[in-house]
Design a protein around this ligand. Sequence first.
Ligand code: ARG
Length: 645
Amino acid sequence: MKKILDLIAEQMRTAFEGCGYAADYGKVTLSNRPDLCEYQCNGAMAAAKAYHKKPIDIANDVVAVLKNCAQRGEAAGAAEDGCGNGAAAGTSVPADGAAMPPMFESVEAVMPGFINLKLSGEYLAAYLDGMRAEDKLGVEECGGGKTIIVDYGGANVAKPLHVGHLRTAIIGECIKRMGNYLGYHMIGDVHLGDWGLQMGLIIEELRDRKPDLPYFDETFTGEYPQEAPFTISELEQIYPAASARSKEDETFKARAQEATFKLQSGYAPFRAIWRHIMNVSLADLKKNYGNLNVTFDLWKGESDAQPYIPGLIKDLTKRGLAYESEGALVVDIARPDDPKELPPCIIRKSDGAALYATSDLGTIIERERDFAPEEYIYITDKRQELHFIQVFRVAKKAGYVKPETKMTHMMCGTMNGKDGKPFKTRAGGVMRLENLIREIDEAVYDRIMENRTMEKEEAEDASRIIGLAALKYGDLSNQVSKDYVFDVDRFISFEGNTGPYILYTIVRIKSILAKYEEGLAAVPAAGNASAAGKPAQDQTDAANADTPLSGHMRPAQTAEEKSLMLKLSAYNDVVAAAFEEKAPHKLCQFIYELSDAFGSFYNTTMILKEEDAEKKAGYIRLIRLVKDVLESSINLLGFEAPERM
Ligand code: ARG
């Protein structure tokens, strides 16, 4: 569906044109004075300069045309008097094919030259009917199947998933879901860190712990065992022990470096250990990401880039793009207009070791070969800014990526503790994701149990769902690039701009809808409404039992109802903007405002007690659309709502 702002702008453009002004002045925005109007057009001010007229005169001209058209029941169009038929003016037609009602309830020119607009209740209701009739609630598929690779997650194999990886996973999942919803072909790749020093550390630690393993017997010629020589809990213990040891023990560190190098050069016994490490960790990582409702299309990693690296280095060297500098091989990436000088990208260190940037370039070559995406989106901590500038520039300079391919690095701010420093455990260590999630779930559980009577099992299930929403919304509601404070008490609050508040709104609507349906169902079954303990009024509903939701949306009767309807109508615009601007917080802000608008409507309207059955059915249609929009939004954000809370 066309965005409502665009539909209004179309009318304004034709009205400006009809008065002899350029159509471009017909821009429309949401009003910044909601007390005065709903939308506004400031084009008359800009036009005043070009046409040497007073802005208010221009505004009056345009308003006159709009009023004239409205009286004749036509949309503003390109005909001589500025009116035309609705179709020519691009007015959309509601799902059932009826023509759209007139757009405005009021158009007003006010000093010094603003045009204030209010939508007609009928038009707004018809627009929402259009949303109800569409698969994606009116969101237009603008992606056209274009392929976009989203590189997010970025966990490092054999190291526990920690909160540093939380943001990229949560944000990436949301970007991927929004893109798919908009009709892009999103390919999510976890891009594991599976090729670094941690592997050598584990190998050498393993050698010291289990020297009799065949991997360490150089004379061994048989097949290596299928079974891993460690469990996940052993592995989780081996890595931190080895890492701590390498900080004190230089010889051990040198051994680990040597082992890493041997692994990277293809030494068979170490490759065999590496495969065991991968198998054991991958199962665990998948479980952890699964708990976050995060999934990937590709489980590739740095290791997959390695086969491309020798060719890459040869190519860059042969074409004179890479050159030796202090023993290392580098590519210049600085440009004269850079605000500060950027160091060259190192492709190979003097000791010949593989580098992070080289891996990323190798990965790009593979991705171009396999997918030739139209866009790349990388999501990491903001400390990797320089790395991605270097990688993107080399990829473009060498022509590995087409000049028109978009390469975006979404830089995440840090998740801080209440002390403003990067989040740590109480003991000061790196917080493991599992523990963090458990902490939130338990806090939610306590909150639920405080004042509700729910069976333990249901409360536990609900806590997991609500806890995840609290965590994800707490993250996504902040601008991606900003640091934020991780505050469990605030995140799990059922009030304010939080995940649980949104879920609470959904659950509340679901319960109203269920009661409404019970009311409808009870009557024919009992044969007698009063006998079933239902108010007699429900009999009227029963008469309409097959129609309440198939009927039309009704024009708003109160300010609260209108605000709610206006909010809903912005859904397609918000989803498109949140994706385009890579700003999930805009979708969060929208559902927060929508939930608030629902709250005000609910507080001022007797929904189930309404005696007029058709009016009541109208309320039900409206709040059902609110629920659908909220549910669809949280699905894009990557969480869901419980049945009760
Ligand atoms: N493993 C990396 C880290 O933990 C993140 C990987 C991000 N993706 C990439 N293509 N470099 O920092």
